[in-house]
Write a protein that binds this ligand. Structure first.
Ligand code: MSP
Length: 649
């Protein structure tokens, strides 16, 4: 009989910087689901990839002095790039798509034309507030405190001739889809989508789907100068990677529609509103599900390169092992909600679950099988009253685990497995094999106790395979379980492990970590990675320096400049008796009230300059340095005893 199919995707990641643990979280979760489905007997197609076009990449490449293609190639295929990371993390994707792949580019052009030909894409003019990192236009009412509602970044007014997609036409069908209850999960995200984007003021608006302000994208082949909006380019990857509108692959009919798109909560809008509408437009069946997972947060905020709070998955995998890291990510956080990452949690999870519970069960069991029976249990075994509860739990485990996995609740599925592992450890204490071993007549009972422990390890180990593939292979070898005994079918049966299996105590799969020492070592590693300093400037003649008039000033008043994210307005005592006004772009670094009364340094003989309608007479001196790719700025402050008006020379 042909296997049923299961098509699962991750978002395609922006290769604008190295990927961090947040990206790894999503990919590892998708990988565990893909492996689980394969274990259950599905013919799985697991797709991941990179979303390589757009202004952000173009800008970053320019800043790095390379072409956009060179820029993304380095991040995707370069050393410790995206491909290396997924290899390291043991990701079992069947395909990897890059949106710069020729076949994808050509498919996108065909798809864009298809929607143009059917009247769903038309030419118009766009004006609005644009967020460059998110490549999104926003209406005033969607902004949050004047900033991008997705990333919180600055938005700029922008205007351009553009193509539009008739998203509004699909509003009713999309609403029906969302309220249908199956399409978008967790259910809590449904209301958010309907309320914020469908039932908001003005309803669902048509979407601007081309850009003329940059060139790094898929060209609209019938209108030079326009490139296709990066989100159309990106979303259709899920179909082009199967061969839709191209000849590179031929399994679109086999796997489409996708069973689930796993995405982060910030891109649920694109996947649950725009994506279905576009599929409706080109007449394709809709994916069965979009699952919006939560974020890994650090210090209360989303991890992001621009905030400088990212955690490097390479470093963690190298220190603790890939499987321990994969396990931690899925054991510690509920998939649908945000989770707070910390090193303490990582180490304590490894110690408690892996070193203590699973590791101990394995090493005690294999050691006893070796010590009491030379590694091979006898056929003669005797059941006992202590067995019942453990065996009942084992019999129910696969069903309980599957119920959680089917809902993508990996944390709960793992909790089910670890409940049985704890029970098995308790069973050792209850049956006290070391006491049984002292009495030759109790050998059959001892053999059954150890057999039950091996069976517990076999069944739990099988169900842990999607999470820790390599370690569970080692576990299987230690308990002497052949591949067939580690199958999905066998996970529901007792007595599969041959009594004569040869058990060996192998390496300790999950060594205990010394929390205190390890935290100190990590702290050491955390010391900021300071970027290279600005190159020193060329020598100048002394007269040039002499011309600059640096003075000591005291801050009399300081306030934010209205409508500006960056500027603070200072009133300064510069010693002259006349108050000096200076505007300084440091509002992201200081609160105005914390600067009043401070003694600062300023250059006071620059020509006055108008900013936001206010005149700035000079510039405050700051110390600036890039740390972890982020600008660190410190206003130069002097001892308050220094008289104002003093010359800095
Ligand atoms: N390129 C788009 C997606 C296009 S899909 C057609 C994009 N890329 S991204 O690289 O910015 O982020 C993609 C995904 O990475 C998020 O949706 C999320 O799944 C994952 N994560 C990025 N940061 C994360 C955390 N801090 N925590 C958890 N997941 C995170 O958006």
């Amino acid at each position: 009989m042909e296997k049923p199919t299961f098509y699962i995707t991750t978002p395609i990641y922006y290769p604008s910087a190295k990927l961090h643990i947040g990206h790894a979280y999503c990919t590892v979760a998708s990988d565990a689901i893909a492996r689980y489905k394969r274990l259950c007997g599905y013919d799985v197609m697991f797709l991941t990839g990179t979303d390589e076009h757009g202004q952000k990449i173009e800008d970053k490449a320019k800043a790095a002095g390379v072409t956009p293609q060179q820029f993304v190639d380095k991040i995707v295929t370069g050393e410790k790039g995206v491909l290396d990371l997924w290899k390291l993390m043991n990701i079992s994707n069947d395909r990897f798509i890059r949106t710069t792949d020729d076949y994808h580019v050509r498919s996108i052009q065909r798809i864009f034309r298809k929607m143009y030909d059917n009247g769903d894409i038309y030419k118009g003019k766009y004006s609005g507030m644009y967020c460059t990192p998110c490549e999104s236009f926003w209406t005033e009412s969607q902004l949050v405190n004047g900033r991008c509602p997705d990333c919180g970044g600055e938005v700029k007014y922008a205007e351009e001739e553009a193509y539009f997609f008739r998203l509004s036409k699909y509003a009713d069908r999309v609403r029906e889809l969302l309220l249908g209850g199956e399409f978008l999960e967790p259910a809590s995200r449904v209301n958010e989508m309907v309320h914020n984007f469908l039932d908001c003021e003005g309803g669902l608006q048509d979407l601007c789907v081309s850009r003329t302000s940059f060139t790094w994208g898929v060209p609209v082949d019938f209108d030079p100068g326009h490139v296709v909006y990066v989100w159309i380019d990106a979303l259709f990857n899920y179909t082009t990677a199967l061969g839709y509108e191209n000849d590179a692959y031929h399994d679109f009919d086999r796997y489409w529609p996708a069973d689930v798109h796993i995405v982060g909560k910030e891109i649920v809008r694109f996947h649950s509103i725009i994506w279905p509408a576009m599929l409706m437009s080109v007449g394709l069946p809709l994916p069965k599900k979009v699952y919006g997972h939560g974020w890994l947060i650090m210090d209360g905020g989303k991890m992001s390169k621009s905030k400088g709070n990212v955690v490097d998955p390479y470093m963690l995998a190298e220190r603790y092992g890939v499987d321990a890291l994969r396990f931690f990510l899925l054991r510690s956080f509920p998939f649908g909600s945000d989770g707070s990452f910390s090193n303490e949690l990582l180490i304590s999870t490894i110690n408690t679950d892996l070193a203590n519970d699973l590791g101990n069960l394995l090493s005690r069991t294999t050691a006893m099988a070796g010590k009491y029976f030379g590694g091979t249990l006898p056929e003669a075994q005797e059941a006992g009253p202590e067995d019942a509860e453990l065996l009942e739990m084992l019999a129910a485990l696969r069903g309980r685990y599957a119920a959680q996995m089917e809902k993508f609740q990996m944390q709960n599925a793992l909790a089910e497995v670890f409940r049985v592992i704890s029970r098995a450890n308790k069973y050792i204490d209850e049956t006290a094999p070391w006491v049984l071993a002292k009495d030759e007549a109790k050998k059959p009972r001892l053999a059954r106790v150890l057999y039950n422990l091996l069976e517990s390890l076999r069944i739990c180990g099988t169900l842990l395979r999607p999470f820790m593939p390599e370690s569970m292979e080692k576990l299987a070898a230690q308990i002497g379980a052949p591949e067939a005994a580690m199958s999905w079918e066998a996970a529901e049966q007792y007595g599969v492990l041959p009594a004569a299996a040869s058990v060996t105590k192998g390496e300790n799969l999950f060594p205990r970590i010394d929390m205190e020492k390890e935290l100190a070592a990590l702290e050491e590693l955390k010391k900021p990675e300071t970027d290279p300093i600005e190159p020193f400037k060329e020598n100048i003649v002394f007269d040039d320096f002499e011309k600059c008039d640096f003075r000591v000033c005291r801050v009399l008043k300081c306030e934010a400049v209205k409508k500006s994210q960056k500027l603070l307005r200072f009133e300064l005592d510069d010693g002259s008796g006349v108050t000096r006004q200076i505007l300084s772009g440091i509002a992201m670094h200081y609160k105005p009230e914390e600067l009043v009364g401070k003694t600062v340094a300023a250059i006071v003989n620059l020509p006055p300059r108008k900013m936001m309608g206010l005149e700035s007479c000079g510039m405050l001196l700051s110390a600036v340095r890039m740390v972890n790719g982020k600008e660190e700025l410190h206003l130069v402050m002097l001892d308050d005893a220094v008289p104002t008006g003093s010359v800095l020379c």
